[in-house]
Design a protein around this ligand. Structure first.
Ligand SMILES: Cc1cc2nc3c(=O)[nH]c(=O)nc-3n(C[C@H](O)[C@H](O)[C@H](O)COP(=O)(O)OP(=O)(O)OC[C@H]3O[C@@H](n4cnc5c(N)ncnc54)[C@H](O)[C@@H]3O)c2cc1C
Length: 497
């Protein structure tokens, strides 16, 4: 079938059977008509429509050597640094269309991760996972499936390993091995877009020891598999999106959810890693670097929305050319472009992990990207609130503007420079408020793809302190080993060794 339109994607969701999704305490039979889910559906849908829209068509399509067809880039396996760059650019462009997270990246990063890890296992003499995965990949590309990537386990006590947990299901594990497949139990938390996908790719979330072998499992299942339950989470200002046409702007959003596996059957042809506990660590390393690189695109794209809104609001009150405002706007540009530049560096410095491809990002720069993302959006938001004025937190509702008794008064006192109407001001304020105080721009920036501490661990692993010391010693004319001889004092990551 190949490329699907947004409408075909939505139609596909309607055809799912047995889906067990809970929203605000109630079972929802058809998520595509549920008002609470609509903003998220529209945002996910944008990833399909982008492949047919003139401004994003080229970025959103790619040629698949696996099925010899043009496909949606969100199911593409990167074939070189250009593809990694195109990923970041596509994500920035899509943020401009949605003003939100569009939820399809995690599954995409999962696909590229499993391609590399199963490829590595094949190179080490275990081709079975690779064979299964390639078959699965072809199906995903042919059907242009919507995928969620589920890595983060419920994890109970953070300081304990999976096999040490008081709740043995705190990490997803295999509870039974059968001739035709495995039975899995456990839950994955905070999973983006999970109620609105065709399938879920499940991966281990941390490095493991031999005793954790039943937890070292990666697989894919349709969301409507018996035993799968999804509980959709809430977000700030979520019900606003179900009312009116101003207060909930930009009317696209995302959701996260808890996905629970109650003894779910997974046939062998969908098991891509099992009991290979030594590979859980490298898998997480590969996935997290992919995902951390991607944030350069989506978060800078949201940064553009915020900068644009702040600039317009400054114009609306006649201060856009004042030095203090110009200084804040340019600071926002610097913060935003820093995140983006780091992601581009991670992409252009990408490397091949397999003999026949397996393109990965530069892990140091990908982690730098995410670490900038864990901080800069908060500062960008703060500056935008400074520029917008206190009204960003106190504006009347659109219903006041629509009430004939007070409309004229609200219009009179909400307006700034006459060029813009009171409604213009309210529209831009609400857009700014809902994007800059959103889970997508703030909370996800801190925790998505791992908390800030996780990136610092990677920095300390990858930076060659002894190499840098040797450089310094040579300049100080002290005795010591030769410097590493490369411009960057970086060590190889585990998966490259
Ligand atoms: C909006 C959003 C979307 C997301 N989407 C996805 C998704 O699609 N798929 C997916 O798999 N995951 C997703 N995640 C999950 C994300 O990867 C996790 O939130 C992240 O890894 C942090 O885990 P946690 O939230 O459980 O935080 P916690 O682990 O509870 O961390 C809280 C604090 O404890 C610290 N800490 C944790 N463990 C230790 C330890 N052993 N020693 C010392 N300190 C520790 C952390 O550094 C942090 O400061 C998403 C998260 C968010 C917020």
């Amino acid at each position: 079938m190949g490329l699907r339109t947004g409408d075909q994607y939505v139609e596909g969701l309607r055809n799912r059977k047995h889906v067990k999704v809970y929203v605000m305490g109630k079972r929802v039979e058809d998520v595509t008509t549920n008002l609470f889910m609509k903003p998220s559906l529209l945002s996910f849908k944008a990833t399909f429509d982008a492949a047919f829209q003139e401004d994003t068509r080229d970025l959103a399509r790619a040629y698949s050597p696996f099925i010899n067809e043009e496909i949606n880039r969100f199911v593409h396996i990167h074939q070189g640094p250009q593809d990694l760059v195109a990923k970041v650019k596509l994500l920035r462009a899509l943020s401009h269309k949605t003003g939100s997270c569009f939820q399809r990246c995690v599954g995409w990063d999962g696909l590229n991760t499993m391609y590399i890890i199963t490829g590595k296992l094949a190179e080490k003499g275990k081709p079975v996972y690779r064979e299964r995965f390639l078959k699965y990949l072809e199906e995903v590309q042919r059907r242009d499936l919507a995928l969620a990537g589920a890595m983060t386990d419920a994890r109970g006590v953070r300081s304990l390993r999976p096999h040490e947990q008081p709740n043995p299901d705190a990490y997803v594990r295999v509870v039974e091995e059968r001739d035709d497949g495995i039975i899995v139990r456990g839950a994955k938390a905070n999973i983006t877009g999970v109620a609105l996908v065709d399938e879920v790719i499940v991966m281990p979330t941390r490095a493991m020891t031999e005793k954790d072998a039943p937890y070292a499992v990666a697989f894919a299942v349709p969301l409507d598999s018996p035993g799968v339950t999804v509980v959709v989470g809430r977000q700030i200002n979520d019900v606003r999106k179900a009312e009116g046409d101003i207060d909930g702007l930009p009317y696209m959003s995302h959701h996260e959810g808890l996905i629970i596996f109650e003894d779910v059957f997974v046939p062998w042809d969908r098991v891509f890693l099992y009991q290979e506990w030594q590979w859980a660590g490298p898998l997480v390393e590969v996935f997290s670097a992919f995902h951390r690189q991607g944030y350069a695109g989506c978060k800078s794209g949201l940064g553009d929305v915020i900068i644009g809104a702040a600039y317009n609001l400054a114009k609306q009150i006649g201060v856009a050319d004042k030095p203090n405002i110009v200084d804040k706007l340019t600071e926002m540009v610097f913060l935003n472009e820093s995140m983006y530049s780091a992601g581009l560096a991670a992409s252009w410095e990408g490397k091949k992990l397999l003999k026949d491809g397996g393109w990965w990002v530069n892990p140091m720069y990908a982690n730098v990207t995410k670490h900038l993302v864990s901080r800069f959006p908060y500062e960008i938001s703060r500056l935008s609130h400074d520029i917008a004025g206190g009204i960003i937190g106190t504006a009347p509702s659109e219903f006041d503007l629509k009430n004939s008794e007070i409309r004229q008064l609200v219009e009179k006192y909400l307006q700034g420079v006459p060029e813009f109407t009171a409604e213009d001001r309210l529209r831009m304020l609400r857009l700014l408020e809902n994007v800059s105080v959103s889970v997508g721009f703030l909370i996800e920036s801190v925790h998505g793809a791992g908390s800030p501490a996780a990136q610092k661990i990677v920095f300390s692993r990858l930076y060659d302190f002894q190499g840098a010391e040797a450089v310094a010693k040579r300049l100080a004319r002290m005795r010591g080993p030769e410097p590493p001889g490369t411009p960057e004092p970086h060590k190889k990551s585990d998966v490259e060794k």
